[in-house]
Design a protein around this ligand. Structure first.
Ligand code: NAI
Length: 462
């Protein structure tokens, strides 16, 4: 029986990052992972493969819609789906191998198999029992089920099946206008599918800033996506090649049926903690099935910690990574810290959506005295060169102190631009600090500066 300082269960972004930091801090570390490859959902069947398809489909869109405008002529490319999937798989493989290399480099043991915790200080994998002073649960999440909808991962799929479809569907119905639904829905729309998004609420991406919720469906409709809002999905009936989906419009209770070659269920995810033995151990769980932890990521059982999607908070890879580092530091006797107020969120549609901190409606509801600085990408010369003049940067700042409280960006490279604001917020900056910082011309980042200027004396280019 091997004895470790730390055993981490799960090698997703939370778990593998935690393991590397533990090893760097001198702890003898092992990771239990049952998948054939490291990297968890994000790397194997989530963030990374979807970005490969996003890049490929965006390139196709550019060729179809913008090449001729720039004087690039010739036959427009067509989709070789098999090759696109190979490209995606190669991207994934390169990354999973990279983590294996990092494990070897940092002398982290990979215990292959599914782990359970029979008692504090013990992790069981198959018939083997391993001892550890500290155990960190980083088991992530899985798609939530929808009553009346049976997932077969071929015709009725979750995001996992959506990344390995046999062909590009002619008609795709997406249930849920959240992050996954809009990202993957827009990928398939660009590849030629007729995509209809069915959403229970009357707005997309719940919880995001209202201005984002307003512009996003408008832009996606231009890309061919259709939206059925305020609709409750009742059931799906699938054959081997297509599905019928029944939904009720909430405004008048009328029942409707749509047919599709593929139905993507994207109605949220839930913590994945089955088989760990947490109930028998007496680990406190929240009513939503999350592992409950204290400020130090420790559960009610001493020496058992939890991070990432398995606990409270946004289900985001980078939140899990930050918690992984902080938990490693805590276990090593240091002071791990995560600033939960400054965790950016990015939706990888084209253009991208990014946000951090408070939304305008949250500030309103809290009675906070705030001001808004908004700048449209239409006034940004660099964005116009790539036909990306739609969208904006919106900065929310405290009315009295000018301190930045939040930001919301719709536009080119929004997922990169947001970090300038994250750093500013981390340093407690005011909008004026950002406005006074010289920004290179011509860059998309100038739009961030102009939005900051809009919190003060006004932007230049609008
Ligand atoms: P989500 O919570 O973002 O969106 C789910 C949507 O489904 C909501 O708009 C909800 O109102 C709707 N919905 C729920 N029940 C419904 C029903 N019966 N009929 C119609 N609509 C219904 O969940 P999603 O997109 O599945 O993503 C899951 C998690 O993964 C999220 O926490 C997300 O943050 C994370 N994720 C993050 C990504 C990113 O940061 N880029 C990418 C992919 C996933």
């Amino acid at each position: 029986m091997a004895t470790y300082d730390v055993i981490i269960i799960g090698a997703g972004p939370g778990g593998y990052v935690c393991a590397i930091r533990c090893a760097q801090l001198g702890l003898k570390t092992a990771v239990v992972e049952g998948r054939e490859t490291l990297g968890g959902t994000c790397l194997n069947v989530g963030c990374i493969p979807s970005k490969a398809l996003l890049h490929a489909s965006h390139s196709l869109h550019e060729a179809q819609h913008n090449f001729a405008k720039m004087g690039l002529k010739g036959k427009s490319p067509s989709v070789d789906w098999k090759q696109m999937l190979t490209y995606k798989d190669e991207v994934v493989e390169g990354n999973t191998k990279g983590i294996e290399f990092l494990f070897k480099k940092n002398k982290i043991d990979w215990i292959k198999g599914w782990g359970s915790i029979p008692a504090a200080g013990q992790v069981k994998v198959g018939d083997d029992l391993h001892e550890a002073k500290n155990i960190i649960i980083a088991t992530g999440s899985e798609p939530s089920e929808l009553p009346g909808v049976t997932v077969d991962e071929k015709v009725v799929v979750t995001s996992t099946g959506a990344l390995t479809l046999g062909k590009v569907p002619k008609r795709m119905v997406v249930i849920g206008a959240g992050v996954i639904g809009l990202e993957l829905g827009s990928v398939y729309a660009r590849l030629g599918a007729e995509v209809t998004v069915i959403e229970f609420l009357n707005e997309v991406t719940p919880g995001m800033d209202k201005d984002v919720q307003k512009i996003l469906p408008r832009m996606l409709k231009k890309q061919g996506l259709k939206f059925i809002m305020g609709a409750a999905v009742q059931s799906t009936q699938a054959t081997k090649t297509k599905a019928k989906l029944t939904y009720k419009l909430r405004k008048d209770d009328s029942e409707h049926v749509v047919e599709a070659d593929v139905v993507l269920v994207a109605t949220g995810r839930k913590p994945f903690t089955d088989g760990l033995g947490l109930k028998a151990l007496g680990v406190t769980m929240s009513p939503r099935g999350q592992v409950q932890t204290g400020k130090d990521w420790q559960t009610n059982i001493k020496g058992i910690y939890a991070i990432g999607d398995a606990i409270d908070g946004p289900m985001l890879a980078h939140k899990a990574e930050d918690e992984g580092i902080a938990a490693a530091e805590t276990v090593a006797g240091k002071h791990g810290h995560v600033n939960y107020g400054i965790i950016p969120g990015v939706i990888y549609t084209a253009p991208e959506i990014a946000s951090v901190g408070a939304t305008e409606q949250a500030l309103k509801e809290a009675g906070h005295d705030y001001k808004v600085g908004k700048f449209q990408f239409m006034g940004n010369a660099r964005a116009k060169t790539i036909f990306a003049g739609e969208g904006f940067v919106k900065i929310l700042a405290d009315k009295k102190t000018d301190r930045i409280l939040g930001a919301h960006i719709v536009g080119p490279a929004a997922g990169e631009l947001i970090h300038e604001i994250c750093v500013a917020m981390e340093f407690g900056a005011s909008a004026e600090d950002l406005a006074m910082t010289c920004h290179a011309h011509p860059t998309y980042s100038e739009a961030v500066r102009e939005a900051a200027m809009a919190c003060g004396d006004g932007p230049i280019h609008s």
